[in-house]
Write a protein that binds this ligand. Structure first.
Ligand code: PEP
Ligand code: MN
Length: 324
């Protein structure tokens, strides 16, 4: 961003005001005019505030690489629910994978009274090993949809292949794009064509700019809205499954003003860390959490070590409701 001063301005005073607002200011010398270059790590301050400073002539901002995203409302509607800045915090819970019709109905029945608004569960699972349980496929979509409907919950589930787009879109209120597919632009385009809100998980090694750009793809190709989900990025330390990047959450929530949810389950891979990280995420600005939950965690067919109990999700939902 470049700020140009009026010829009669007092550069020292203007600079002091800018610094007090939290901006990093570099002077650019020119014989005719004084200009300040504002560093990228400066605090986000509305351009109107800068224009209103006495002595400022113009404020030039670089063209955004995601104009559709910038225009997205700060609170979005997903079926009967609202998600984002001016909505109550969103709690999404359910098993990693849909294991049977009975189990998903049982779990949904226990989640609904707790203040959980969306049921999650994978019908098609992206598993690192081809020998691991990969989900019950299309029939699991129907089990999930029935369980959600029966208990008045919204539904979120992952779309892994273009082939299943219409089936997933028929049942899901939010179409999840998994971490491994955030960069799969062909899939993003197809998913967006269903014209349903997209739940965009951050690629495990994606920069925030790449994440925002993927959201722009979705909006450009017909998705009405995008909700971001931070699920941890790869780190060097095997003690946790991933590293939950709360700095990125704060940036997306507070600087970009976008709806962002944190998934502390894949973020940590450990059930004992899910609740503290869920609290930290909401303190950092997350508009809610997505938590893998099972009423019999030790029997979970996938991601058991990170599945929390119904008691734990009850505590997380209570925090989401009451915390400042
Ligand atoms: C999931 O939420 O089911 C999942 C597979 O997560 P991720 O894409 O973040 O690994
Ligand atoms: Mn999982």
């Amino acid at each position: 961003m470049i700020i140009t001063l009026k010829p009669n301005a007092d550069p020292k005073r203007v600079k002091r005001e800018l610094v007090e607002l939290g901006l990093w200011v570099d002077e650019m010398f020119d014989a005719d005019q004084v200009q300040f270059e504002i560093g990228v790590h400066s605090r986000a301050v509305p351009t109107e505030t800068l224009r209103a400073i006495e002595g400022v002539a113009t404020v030039a901002t670089p063209k955004s690489s995601h104009p559709l995203l910038d225009a997205q409302p700060r609170t979005i509607e997903v079926g009967a629910h609202k998600v984002g800045v001016d909505a109550p915090r969103t709690v999404i819970a359910g098993p990693c994978s849909v294991e049977s019709e009975d189990s998903v109905r049982r779990i949904a029945g226990q989640l609904a009274p707790l203040g959980v608004s969306f049921l999650r569960g994978g019908a098609f699972k992206p598993r690192t090993s081809p020998y691991a349980f990969r989900g019950h496929g299309e029939q699991a979509l129907r089990w999930l949809a029935r369980a959600a409907k029966e208990h008045g919950l919204g539904l979120i589930t992952e779309l892994m292949s273009e082939r299943m787009r219409d089936e997933v879109a028929e049942f899901a209120d939010l179409i999840q794009i998994g971490s491994r597919n955030m960069h799969n632009y062909a899939l993003l385009e197809h998913a967006a064509g269903a014209k349903k809100p997209i739940f965009l998980k951050r690629g495990m090694s994606a920069t925030v700019e790449e994440w925002l750009a993927s959201a722009e793809y979705c909006l450009m190709h017909g998705a009405p809205s995008v909700v971001f989900c931070e699920r941890g990025i790869r780190s060097f330390d095997p003690n946790t499954r991933n590293l939950v990047d709360l700095g990125a959450v704060a940036l997306v929530a507070h600087v970009h003003g976008q709806p962002v949810i944190v998934d502390p389950s894949h973020g940590t891979g450990r059930k004992d860390l899910v609740e503290p990280l869920a609290r930290a995420a909401m303190a950092a600005g997350a508009h809610g959490v997505m938590v893998e939950t099972h009423d019999r965690p030790s029997e979970a067919l996938s991601d058991g070590p990170q599945a929390v109990s119904i008691e734990t999700i009850a505590a997380i939902a209570a925090y989401a409701k009451d915390a400042p």
